[in-house]
Design a protein around this ligand. Structure first.
Ligand code: FEO
Length: 171
């Protein structure tokens, strides 16, 4: 049985993951409005990944005999100054999510919930990848920022990102 404190904390994280998806979808709409469809596509793939994170938490709560409670999702930002500013916002957001995941892990350790600790390790590792891919994109945007040709090449490159349905995803 899932500890009620962990159940509440994971329900909060489900909200945060769905908010992340909503934020990245908002960024996709901004890129579409700027005629950068490859970056918009990258953001939609990112948004899909965030949904899978929410579902992974959802499934875990159910498996442990808990109850998923969904709550209101905040509205995301809708405007940014530049492609670089968008990817900087992604990097900042992922750093914040890493802090949330670490907070969940701290709670699991504090209440000696070994099953949750083991489950959360996947997210600790995932956040390393998430932060690395955001940092790489920020670096590339900095290189391309005053060069429209480079920006368009980057847009074509980011258009090749593929969403892969995780084998563990159960809907
Ligand atoms: Fe679900 Fe991007 O962290």
């Amino acid at each position: 049985m899932l500890d009620p404190k962990m159940e509440a904390a994971i329900n909060g994280q489900i909200n945060a993951e769905i908010y992340s998806s909503y934020l990245y979808m908002s960024m996709a709409t901004w890129f579409d409005s700027q005629s950068l469809p490859g970056m918009a596509h990258w953001m939609r793939v990112q948004a899909q990944e965030e949904w899978t994170h929410a579902i992974k938490f959802y499934t875990y709560v159910n498996e442990r005999g808990g109850r998923v409670i969904l709550s209101a999702i905040d509205g995301p930002a809708t405007e940014w100054d530049s492609p670089l500013a968008v990817f900087q916002a992604v990097a900042e957001h992922e750093a914040k999510v890493t802090g949330l995941i670490h907070g969940l892990m701290d709670l699991a350790l504090e209440i000696r919930d070994h099953a949750s600790s083991s489950f959360l390790q996947w997210f600790v590792n995932e956040q390393v990848e998430e932060e690395a891919s955001a940092a790489e994109a920020v670096g590339q945007m900095k290189l391309a920022k005053d060069n429209p040709s480079a920006l368009l090449m980057l847009d074509k490159d980011l258009a090749t990102r593929v969403f892969t349905m995780p084998v563990w995803l159960v809907i």
